[in-house]
Write a protein that binds this ligand. Structure first.
Ligand SMILES: *Cc1c(COP(=O)(O)O)cnc(C)c1O
Length: 365
């Protein structure tokens, strides 16, 4: 008998890792981004597998995510992209690497090191080259170099990075190139003083579209999980997760019968529906209701009817021969998360990272 299960396919993860490695220069380091529970899968399992593959670095958004990796025995450097002041002591305790994005957080970090009596701590510095989200401004480079010199007893510069705003959108090519040019100027200035620094600016789509800007490290997330942001790359990659569920019950609605909360679906003809144990508390957002989302049963598409409930969805199986207990595929190798997300007006990143911790994970190796 089935239930709702999120399978994590490690052979696919290894395939995606090796595919990406082949697209990089041999000496470029690869930082695997495993934030948000490994894009909704299982960060510890993914990190352990990539560690065995020889990945150089890990990246997470927050300190707690880095601590979870350390507790799971991960020994590679872990870059925390968005550390917050209250967590700096634990960041140091767990030997995580902070991405310092402002003078405020840099000074707070130096204070934390002094309290901890820890010297020469490796840090990365984040620059804002146009995303306008986080980072020192390019014209702060000289000021930053002074700060690093003044505090060299406490911090040691290990990396410098920036993030692209539209690496997946070739219509924004000139904007991206302007960002890369700004980063190049910063990198040259810093390299003159700190020649052994890691420089990194590319995410997945950056690696695919701007390989000339790989410097000595890249940060990839979504492609490791099997999504390439373009159909040409998608066919080279293998999604690592399969979300399966089951038909709990079948119902037949006569013409005029309504379905679900607020009666949002009313049958205009005799309709057969299947109820599935998966709802918005599992990450199937309300946006997927009322025909915006669908699942696959015996290879056929079954649209979601009516509103998504907390723990259930109902799908149209009028034209699908199926029985209670039959397997249902939500996403998988032949059921693209990208297609499902796009159909509802969102992106694969949102769908997969939204899959809740309530869904049981099953590692397949
Ligand atoms: C999430 C994130 C990445 C990974 O991006 P992908 O598109 O998933 O490869 C890289 N860098 C930063 C700063 C990020 O926040």
């Amino acid at each position: 008998m089935c239930e709702t299960i999120l399978e994590i396919h490690l052979p696919n993860l290894r395939h995606n890792y090796h595919y990406l490695r082949k697209r990089l220069a041999p000496d470029t380091k690869l930082l695997a981004v495993v934030k948000a529970f490994g894009y909704g899968s299982d960060a510890e399992v993914v990190a352990q597998c990539l560690s065995d593959c020889g990945v150089d670095y890990f990246g997470v958004a927050y300190v707690q995510e880095g601590i979870a990796l350390r507790k799971a025995g991960i020994t590679q450097p872990i870059l925390v992209l968005h550390p917050q002041e209250p967590n700096l002591q634990s960041l140091i305790e767990y030997k995580l690497t902070p991405g310092l994005y402002s003078q405020r957080i840099l000074e707070a970090f130096i204070d934390a090191l002094k309290q901890h009596e820890t010297e020469m701590y490796p840090v990365h510095i984040k620059f804002n080259t146009g995303l306008n989200r986080l980072g020192f401004q390019p014209d702060e480079t000289e000021r930053l170099l002074d700060l690093l010199e003044e505090n060299k007893k406490w911090i040691s510069l290990n990396g410098v990075y920036s993030h692209l705003a539209a690496s997946d959108d070739l219509k924004e090519d000139s904007f991206t190139k302007a960002q890369l040019n700004k980063f190049d100027v910063i990198a040259d200035t810093i390299k003159a003083v700190y020649p052994n620094t890691l420089f990194h600016v590319l995410n997945t789509s950056g690696v695919l579209n701007y390989p000339q800007a790989q410097y000595n490290m890249v940060r990839t997330g979504i492609s490791l999980y099997g999504y390439g942001n373009t159909p040409e790359v998608d066919i080279q990659l293998k999604p690592i997760i399969t979300l399966k569920t089951v038909i709990s019950q079948l119902h037949t609605l006569e013409e005029g019968a309504s379905l679900g909360y607020n009666r949002n679906f009313v049958a205009t003809t005799k309709t057969r529906t299947a109820t599935l144990p998966l709802g918005h508390a599992d990450g199937i957002g309300r946006i997927y209701g009322n025909g915006n989302g669908f699942v696959w049963i015996h290879g056929k598409k079954a649209p979601i009817l009516g509103n998504v409930c907390m723990d259930m969805i109902m799908v149209d199986v009028t034209n699908i021969e199926c029985y209670e207990g039959d397997e249902v595929i939500v996403i998988g190798p032949n059921a693209s998360a990208e297609a499902l997300a796009n159909h509802a007006g969102t992106i694969s990143y949102e769908f997969i990272t939204g899959l809740s911790q309530r869904i049981q994970r099953k590692v397949i190796d």
